[in-house]
Design a protein around this ligand. Structure first.
Ligand code: G6P
Length: 489
């Protein structure tokens, strides 16, 4: 007789995020190449393997023609990705406008762009309409691919309208929503003209998740203060219906990084980097070129360090990898020029004919080169002004088991709550404090480095992306069962 298969069928998961894990680049009328997308959301979700997952999202390009759409759908299908086609006009108002010029800065406590404040206020309504329309287009694609029993997991600030769109058509759908950015104080959220619509829509989900307890608390306060609903220890209650709200700190696929360090091509890179920077301590920054990452502040703190401790000038180098992002948004264009200007000035001031203190790259590195860079680094500088979690700090820790380098970490990154005991925590706005912590990191005893690293390494290797996703999905399944039991009583 046939042996029964011991493994239960894997649960089908529809992951819906604005950005797919791969972005498409057109090579011909019906040919595409796919490149890995940047950002914490993608790197965490790639570590989620236990589910039968399909991704639904925007492929990052405008594909107006049917031939192109068909070819791209096929190419993405091989990667279990399903595209949502958004035209240029929608992308401009939904993605560049409402998402990245309004919600993103607001959720990171940066307010609205200064010079554009009035213009933004005027175009606000039309951008919000585009946002709702785009969310509806995502919902349409979810409905086309949904099968009964699927878990639909919506991600991030781009898709706050999605839970409502999904539940309106199918109230039995299991819907979770997770925010990858901070959720700000309710006093900040209150300033948004569409504040109530967004909250109500998110509350249509069965489970709402955040990286930290503080973000969850801010969300519940916004619902109580702005919508007048009742906050309970489990979440938010509206006319007897409970939306569960909880913290689910994200992680990375740490094994992927640890295993990569043993590969010959990574070892080769490590050797080259060691030779290239022999005699100098390596400091590293890896960020998307985004104002929330505090890159100018970090570089000014490094300048302050060189000023205060001149004997270090020829003994240290800062490698800053700045991955271009959202390049159509004017604020990001301005930031790029600002960073170039500061780096040029400092290199002119402290450089010699043979060496410069800052190596700044406006591009991403491939995974293996990145692992090698993490492994040879003495001090990593993560100085975000605000950051939902910041997984670069996790990646660095995962690659440092031999070297036991020091992590300088912003107290305004979600990661400060998990890696705070091992890192040196700083206020990124205080460049004197950051300069002093650079010195502290560079002169730390091996025993102290070991102790701090060990704390962080244990955390990073036990709180993984896989564990994060499993916890969220099982909590979502339980929440739905409990709600069904409650309505039957
Ligand atoms: C952050 C956001 C993600 C986003 C990523 C990259 O991590 O939380 O949702 O995908 O940045 O930004 P982009 O605009 O290029 O998708």
């Amino acid at each position: 007789c046939e042996k029964p298969d011991a493994r239960p069928l894997r649960q089908r998961l529809l992951v819906v995020a604005n950005r797919l894990p791969v972005s498409a680049v057109r090579k011909g009328e019906d040919s595409w190449s796919l490149e890995m997308s940047a950002g914490g959301l993608v790197s965490a979700l790639l570590g989620v393997k236990e589910f039968e997952a399909r991704w639904i999202g925007w492929a990052g390009v405008n594909v107006p023609d049917e031939v192109g759409q068909k070819a791209l759908t096929k190419a993405l299908g091989e990667k279990r990705c399903i595209p949502v086609f958004l035209d240029e006009e929608i992308v401009h108002r939904y993605y560049n406008g409402y998402c990245n010029n309004i919600l993103w800065p607001l959720f990171h406590y940066l307010g609205l762009p200064q010079e554009d404040r009035l213009a933004t206020t005027r175009s606000f309504q039309s951008q919000f309409e585009a946002y709702k329309k785009a969310n509806q287009m995502f919902a349409d694609v979810v409905h086309q691919h949904y099968e009964e029993g699927d878990v639909v997991w919506c991600h991030d600030y781009h898709l706050m309208f999605l839970p409502k769109c999904l539940k309106e058509r199918n109230s039995n759908m299991k819907v979770g929503w997770f925010l990858h950015t901070p959720f700000p104080s309710s006093e900040i959220h209150r300033t948004l003209p569409s504040r109530s619509d967004l909250l109500r829509s998110v509350l249509a989900a069965d489970l709402v998740g955040f990286h930290t307890y503080d973000y969850a608390r801010h969300f519940v306060s916004a619902c109580t203060r702005i919508l007048g609903l009742e906050g309970t220890p489990e979440g938010v209650e509206d006319q007897g219906r409970l939306t569960r709200v909880a913290a689910f700190p994200i992680g990375i696929d740490s094994d992927r990084f640890i295993r990569a360090l043993e590969l010959p091509q990574v070892q080769e890179h490590i050797k080259e980097l060691k030779e290239r920077f022999a005699g100098r301590k390596v400091m590293l920054g890896v960020d998307r070129l985004d104002m929330i990452k505090g890159i100018p502040q970090k570089i000014l703190a490094f300048e302050k360090f060189l000023e205060e401790y001149p004997s270090w000038c020829d003994k240290v180098v800062l490698l800053q990898i700045a991955v271009p992002t959202r390049t159509d948004v004017p604020e990001y264009q301005k930031l790029t020029s600002q960073v170039h200007e500061i780096v040029g000035r400092i290199n002119g001031r402290f450089g010699t004919l043979t060496a410069v203190p800052i190596h700044h790259l406006d591009r991403s590195l491939d995974f293996y080169a990145l692992c090698a860079l993490y492994a040879v680094t003495d001090v990593a500088l993560v100085t975000s002004l605000r950051d939902g979690m910041n997984l670069v700090s996790y990646e660095f820790v995962a690659c440092q088991d031999l070297k036991k380098g020091v992590l300088i970490l912003s107290e305004f990154a979600g990661a400060a709550q998990s890696l705070g005991a091992g890192a040196i925590l700083v206020n990124p706005w205080n460049i004197t404090e950051v300069a002093d912590s650079i010195r502290q990191a560079l002169t730390m005893t091996p025993e102290e480095r070991e102790k701090r690293h060990q704390h962080n390494f244990v955390h990073v290797t036990t709180h993984t992306a896989q564990e994060w996703a499993e916890t969220f999905v099982s909590e979502l399944n339980d929440t739905v069962i409990e709600a069904q039991l409650r309505t039957r009583q």
